[in-house]
Design a protein. Structure first.
Length: 253
């Protein structure tokens, strides 16, 4: 079995995560608001909220937004950049909320790390009747425009081999669907879109450093990688074609 990167190292690169990870597309969020029939008075949970990349879009739409994140460093950035959210320490295995306390649970770039019967049971517990579940992932980052030098790919291949497989293969395997299908949810709906994400050299580098395979490596290894990539990368504006997927469902009556 191929080595896998651990799920709990993102705090090592919390600032890079905040700088480099793209925002979530407004069109997808609006679609979910309609599909899940969520009004502005709704209470929603962002589970595994990280630095609040999705949380900030939720606080603009809903009356109460709770962000649960286990990593202290990630949650510290979230509290700084999304002060209107209620940030709580906690894990998906034991969500620190009362039963039937939220109208919807959102999760972005996180569900594959904790998907299980136990955690989905916790999601069901905190949802109100007919409550919704929405799952976001960026599932493909295409080539940049302009393209990266070939030497960059070689350096990254070596770094990913050293750090282990990142989370995306877990997403694409679809294993995470099974606990949802075993819970009292309706059929899982899905939508994919392609979008263009603008970046620059430092934000591109920050995104790479925040990937689980890299975040799990030592400070020295990450610093060496960053130095090498800066030597190879031209200072430029970049455009990425990103494929983003969202999945949603609701509790059945």
């Amino acid at each position: 079995m191929a080595k896998e990167a651990p799920p709990d190292a993102f705090g090592n690169t919390a600032r890079e995560y905040e700088l480099g990870r793209p925002e979530w597309p407004e069109a997808l969020i609006e679609r979910l608001v309609r599909e899940l029939e969520l009004g502005p008075e709704a209470t929603v949970l962002d589970l595994g909220a990280g630095t609040g990349k999705l949380t900030r879009a939720l606080v603009a739409r809903f009356g109460r937004v709770i962000a649960v994140e286990p990593d202290d460093a990630m949650r510290g950035v979230l509290e700084e950049v999304v002060p209107d959210a209620e940030a709580l320490a906690g894990r998906a295995e034991a969500i620190p909320l009362a039963a039937e306390s939220v109208d919807a649970v959102f999760t972005a770039e996180a569900f594959h790390w904790y998907a299980s019967d136990e955690t989905v049971g916790e999601i069901v517990r905190v949802l109100r009747p007919r409550g919704g579940l929405a799952i976001f992932w960026n599932i493909d980052f295409g080539e940049t425009e302009p393209p990266m030098p070939d030497a960059v790919d070689a350096v990254l291949d070596e770094a990913f081999a050293r750090g282990g497989s990142p989370g995306l293969p877990r997403v694409l395997s679809g294993f995470w669907r099974k606990p949802i299908e075993a819970a009292p949810f309706g059929p899982l709906q899905e939508l994919e879109i392609e979008r263009i994400v603008d970046s620059d050299t430092e934000r591109w580098l920050a995104n790479i450093l925040s990937v689980s395979s890299i975040a799990s490596q030592s400070d020295e290894e990450r610093a060496s990688l960053a130095t090498r990539l800066r030597e190879l990368l031209p200072q430029s504006e970049y455009r990425w074609r990103v494929r983003t997927a969202v999945y949603w469902t609701r509790l059945v009556d």
